[in-house]
Structures are given as C-alpha cells and as structure tokens.
Design a protein around this ligand. Sequence first.
Ligand SMILES: [Zn+2]
Length: 328
Amino acid sequence: MLRGLKRLNRYEKRLLRIAKLAGKLAKLKQIGFSRRTSEGFRFPIYSLELGTDQGLTKHPVGITAAVHGLETIGIQILLDFLEYVVHPESTGYLPELKKGKLGLVVIPIVNPGGVAAKTRSNPGGVDLMRNSGIDAVKPLPFFGGQKFSSKLPYFRGHGLEPESRILFRTMYEKFFEVKNAIMPVLDLHSGFGTVDNVWWPYAYTQEPCEDTFLYRKLASHLRENCGHLHFSYGPQSESYTTHGDLWDKFYDHYRDVHSDHSGWDAKFLPLTLEVGTWSDIKEEPMKIFSKKGIFRPAEHNKRDTLTRYRGFLRDFVRIGLSQPKDWI
Ligand SMILES: [Zn+2]
C-alpha cells in the first residue's frame, strides 16, 4: 500500500539536514496533518521558514511542491535548491536571507499521503489541484475535474481537504498582511508537455487576471534579464482550463481581502512551474506505459534535471527583493 514511504522518509530527513545547515535562520515546523488513510494513518505536513524575522515578515517568498503525490521531481528540485542557497560555501549562497532582506516560506511536501501511497491524489482520493471549489468556465472534460467518484482521477472532493486548508492558512498567515512587497509564490509540478511552463492565474477562465501586466513584466525579467529562455510563460488557461485550482482561489481571496484598501501596495503573486518531462519519452519510449513514468525524468539525466532549475529558482526568489514601484 505505502510503496512510497521510504522515499517520503528520505525527503524528510534531507529537509531536517537542510534546517540544520541553515542553523538559526531555519524554522522547521509541523503545520498540520494529511487526510487520514483508510488504515487510519495521518501524515504530518511540514513547513520550513528560512531567514530572519524581518526578512520573513517584510519580504516573504513562497515555494511549495508535491501537491500531486506522484510529482516528486518537484520535491527534489526544491531540496536541491534549498541546499544550494543556504550552504555558506555554495556558489548559490543567498546572503539576503541572513541580512533580513528576504525570507523563504517553504512547504516541500503538501501531499505526503500521496507521496507515500504513490498517488496523484491525497489519501481521500481527492486531486488537490481540483479541490478549491471554483467552477471553470470551459474546463476540459474529466481532466478538468470531476465530482463522480474518488475512485477516478481528477476528483474534486466535497469541501476543502486538510492539505488544501493547510496551504491556504499558510498563505493567509505569511503573505496576506504584508505591506509594500512583491511576493512571488512558486508551486512545483511536473508532467505536462515537453517544455517547462511557468503559469500564472487563472486556470478557471481565459479572462486575464488583474495582475497580468505585472506577471508579464516578471516573465520578461526572468527571460531577458536572467536568461531563462527555455521556459514558456503565460496564464495557465492558455494551456488548459480546470475546475478547482487552489491558486485561483488564494489569488482571488487576497484581492477580496484588500478590495476596500485603496492604495494597497503589496502584491501576492502565485505561479506554477510545470516541469515538462514528456520529452523523455523519446529517450525511454516504454515510459508511456508506466503509470508514473511520464511524471518523472529518465534516470541518467536526473542529476542534470535537478540542478538545471537552481538558477531559475534563485532568480525567482530574488524577485522578492523588489518593491511594487520597481515594476511600474
Ligand atoms: Zn501537478
């Protein structure tokens, strides 16, 4: 049943090592539990905060992974990145964390039950990225989310699942009241297509979100100033529309909370990095017959795959050093 348990333990141990490496700059906390499995087991969910109190309260940046339990490549990319930026002797060391100019709020495994059971969904059979309750305008049939059965993929669930609530609460507590800040939050996924996509809201409609102009500016900064040319940037609905995207909900909720505050000068900017792993099918054609193979890169280029994202993630989190006025 829990074929992924060893792997989950390995990631958690590595997270602990990263927390130790960061020393005083790290706060590792258990922030809740997963949905209970049919055997009655609940998995702890952890957050790791990196930075000083000032960095975390004034310039927080978020990174999350493994909302889908099969997409463990995102966890590995994230853990590799964290080591890269906290190790004092690393070429990627981020001094801004120590100086209080930036804080990282990380939930490396949002869906530990899915990782342990090797399922996309949580232990209740719910696809967390279909779980927000938002109805899409023209969703893809079935893939866009379904309410028929938890035994079928893409089940939307009834009400927010524990994992979704924990993610929402963390966003609310760490980002929603911060003033005069640019707060990018990146959620790591894998599996869709052959290129790496960086998506911003919305997933539920092709209507542009209010911050489209700013998102486009961030994309051209990452592309032109930082040289991350092989990513494809755009609203998620350009690729497909779905019901229940959690980031749609959080993004709209943030806007609702501040709709009465004229001149509110902070920006909460969720984005999704969808690591395109289908290109591996050319190298390992049998993968297409394996249930989870298409969500993971080929073994021999795994190390390259993981380290390839360090620079991108580093430039991404450094966007949190800027202020809204820098992007006008
Ligand atoms: Zn995913």
